[in-house]
Design a protein around this ligand. Structure first.
Ligand code: NAD
Length: 367
């Protein structure tokens, strides 16, 4: 098999962690006998610098991505570009248009905490003796962020602002299929999160979830109201397998999940478009965190989120699940052997502090 990907390292720690991720990708292509062709392009602040602040998303970057099976993204943004007009700021001018251009409607964010890293989680350790592993599937292109009408006007002498939450049944079905399919490769449990006691969109959401579930008799479905889901995530995160929810709720819950996981440096994410005839998705894969300007340039960032983004890409876009499994266990082994970048290091017995390149090399060796 031969695969083509576009690599967009971006800003801050992006290029540093991307370098390690590409080494792991190349090693996995050798080990599992597939060809990988990748070209690197500009995005974010790096693109603004190169284009004299014209755009954080040059047309060549989009054109190259259109020809690829997937995009491997680093992170964008930083203080240098914060005062530019909002529409060309790195995140708003690059990330959102990329999602829109490629119709990336499903955001997958694993929130996991390895049993040996529970000390890094703010959840009381006695509540998560074995860590946890949740996958949050968030609808990314509908709901209140995009619904019309939205605006602001004067009513009876005072300013009034309004947003509209709209969901079509077909949009809900699409995201639920992603969640059920993902659950089939995990513990086969889906929790659908809504506010069906208050919102009309949630009533449609719940009805649709029940309907779609009939096509997945091997996967168990339950429902939680979003306020309860937020509470249960900090009380018993180990009870969840796949959480699926609409855009706004998912925005908040996936960040809560990232927080309880302990370090952003460990968490990958995927934004997926429509499923293709070959059963795979076009997708963009990136760490859940940002460009971490506070540690950029020091070679100390944790490369694991970027490396696990490679593993998600192999699984969902390239159909190389054996290679993905091997990368996941190589990462696990590195953690089990006590290696810790600064974000995870506590000084406890058995821990060895390593930098970005040393962590990358250890994972490569395990692979
Ligand atoms: P951030 O995620 O960059 O950093 C938050 C904290 O987590 C920092 O202390 C950072 O050092 C730490 N951290 C993040 N990734 C890490 C890693 N791999 N290893 C070790 N520590 C890590 O969030 P922020 O500080 O709010 O934002 C910084 C910049 O990133 C801003 O310009 C923001 O707009 C941008 N951003 C970009 C994306 C993206 O590209 N998808 C996402 C979020 C934020």
């Amino acid at each position: 098999m031969s695969h083509t990907i576009t690599v967009l390292p971006g800003d801050g720690i992006g290029p540093e962690v991307m370098a390690e991720a590409l080494k792991v990708l190349e090693a996995s292509s050798e080990k599992f006998h597939f060809d990988i062709e990748h070209t690197t392009h500009l995005v974010g602040g790096a693109a603004l610098d190169a284009t004299g602040n014209k755009t954080p998303l040059p047309p060549e970057t989009i054109a190259a991505s259109e020809k690829a099976d997937a995009i491997l993204f680093g992170s964008v943004g930083g203080p240098k570009w914060e005062n530019l007009p909002p529409e060309i700021q790195p995140e708003r001018g690059a990330l959102l248009p990329l999602r829109k251009h490629f119709g990336l409607f499903a955001n997958l964010r694993p929130g996991s905490c390895h049993p040996s890293l529970t000390h890094a989680s703010p959840v009381k350790n006695e509540l998560i003796p074995n860590g946890f592993d949740v996958l949050c599937v968030r609808e990314l292109t509908g709901g209140i962020y995009f619904g019309e009408p939205k605006g602001r006007e004067e009513r009876a002498g005072e300013p009034v602002a309004f947003d509209t939450m709209v969901y079509k049944k077909s949009e809900i079905e699409k995201i639920l299929h992603v969640a059920f399919t993902a659950a089939r490769g995990r513990d086969k449990r889906v929790t659908s999160v809504d506010t069906a006691n208050v919102l009309a969109t949630s009533v449609l959401w719940r009805e649709t979830a029940i309907e779609v579930a009939t096509q997945y008799p091997d996967v168990a479905l339950d429902h939680l109201y979003v306020d309860n889901a937020a509470m249960q995530l900090v009380k018993r995160p180990d009870s969840f397998d796949v959480l699926v929810t609409e855009n706004l709720f998912g925005d908040i819950l996936s960040d809560e999940m990232a927080m309880i996981s302990g370090s952003l440096g460990m968490l990958p994410s995927a934004s997926l478009g429509n499923i293709q005839d070959n059963g795979l998705y076009f997708g963009m894969y990136e760490p859940s965190g940002g460009s971490a300007p506070d540690i950029a340039g020091q070679g100390i960032a944790n490369p694991i989120a970027q490396i696990l983004s490679v593993s998600m890409m192999l699984r969902y876009s390239l159909g190389e699940s054996e290679a993905a499994d091997a990368i996941d266990s190589a990462v696990q082994q590195a953690i089990d052997s006590g290696l810790r970048t600064g974000d995870l290091f506590t000084g406890a017995e058995g821990e060895t502090r390593v930098n970005t390149a040393e962590m990358g090399q250890a994972i490569l060796t395990n692979l």
